[in-house]
Design a protein around this ligand. Structure first.
Ligand SMILES: [Zn+2]
Ligand SMILES: [Zn+2]
Length: 298
């Protein structure tokens, strides 16, 4: 099935502006809120999606239509957006959608569309095929302005070889293959929408990379000592603490947007307390900085 990525303003519900807000987008209708404010409004069993392309039309020949076609059916449309705080993530999708080359007028606006000044759309799908992720589940980062990532345009065809990895990860998300993020002490920030933090946590909670890191540190030092405060779970708790530590990814959040692979040298062994503190601070401090701060306080 052909796929396109459409970047829009950041909202919680995309079901009218009332009780919601829009960040980094939305200036194309009479109320300056953006036609995408109703992208997930159920209108007689359908959804009507809006995105602002460069120029007048969406080049649907790039996803298999002929030059004469005015629309193409059977497209997976992936909606992306990012909050003011940064990062662009997948916020939802329409499966099996119809993408129109040109702007379509909504003939019978419903009351919500009227209230929001939404009079046109570019993509249509069955409401049953539309999935909007809750804010805390929006953690698939789409790198922007890097090779293989989405560029300045809001409509992206992901047709370059370098983009295949992003397409694959998006397809896995749509198919429901992605992991839920367990145990979390950061709920407050995540609910406010911090896709980079969620992506960071997911990256450092990969069980196989954690095991590799622990094995290599144990082999080299015989201990799993916190690199910030030197706490050692085995020393403190005895046998029940043996082999326990957390692993922290050293890459600062924004710099890691496009990075897929984690190297052992990107990781640090850290105790649970230091790990929580590191992620409370924005920007995230280096291990070294936090250790120095700690040394000053004792
Ligand atoms: Zn520590
Ligand atoms: Zn961490």
């Amino acid at each position: 099935m052909p796929i396109i990525f459409c970047n829009i303003g950041w909202m919680k519900n995309y079901n009218g502006i009332s009780g919601d807000s829009i960040e980094r987008g939305g200036k194309y209708n009479e109320h300056s809120t953006g036609h995408e404010v109703c992208n997930f409004t159920n209108i007689n069993g359908n959804v009507y999606g809006y995105v602002q392309p460069v120029g007048r039309s969406i080049k649907i020949e790039k996803i298999g239509a002929s030059k004469q076609d005015d629309k193409i059916d059977g497209v997976d449309v992936v909606w992306t957006a990012g909050p003011e705080s940064g990062g662009t993530v997948v916020v939802g999708w329409y499966k099996d959608a119809t993408v129109y080359r040109d702007l379509q007028s909504i003939e019978n606006q419903n009351s919500k569309q009227k209230r929001n000044g939404v009079s046109s759309y570019r993509i249509k799908a069955s409401w049953a095929n539309a999935v909007l992720l809750p804010v805390e589940k929006r953690d698939l980062i789409i790198p922007r302005a890097v090779k293989g990532g989405i560029g300045q345009s809001n409509v992206w065809f992901a047709d370059k070889q370098e983009s295949q990895e992003i397409v694959n990860r998006t397809m896995a998300l749509i198919k429901g293959e992605s992991l839920d993020l367990p145990d979390i002490d950061f709920n407050r920030t995540i609910e406010e929408g911090n896709p980079r933090l969620v992506a960071h946590l997911r990256r450092e909670r990969n069980p196989s990379i954690i095991k590799k890191k622990k094995d290599s540190v144990l082999k080299a030092t015989g201990k799993l000592r916190c690199e910030v405060c030197s706490f050692d779970f085995k020393d403190f708790y005895g046998k029940i603490g043996e082999g326990f530590c957390e692993v922290h990814h050293l890459q600062p959040l924004s710099k890691a947007d496009g990075i897929v692979e984690t190297k052992l040298s990107d990781l640090a062994v850290i105790c649970s307390n230091c790990h929580r503190i590191i992620h409370r601070l924005d920007p995230m401090p280096s291990i070294d900085k936090l250790s120095k701060k700690l040394a000053k306080n004792v």
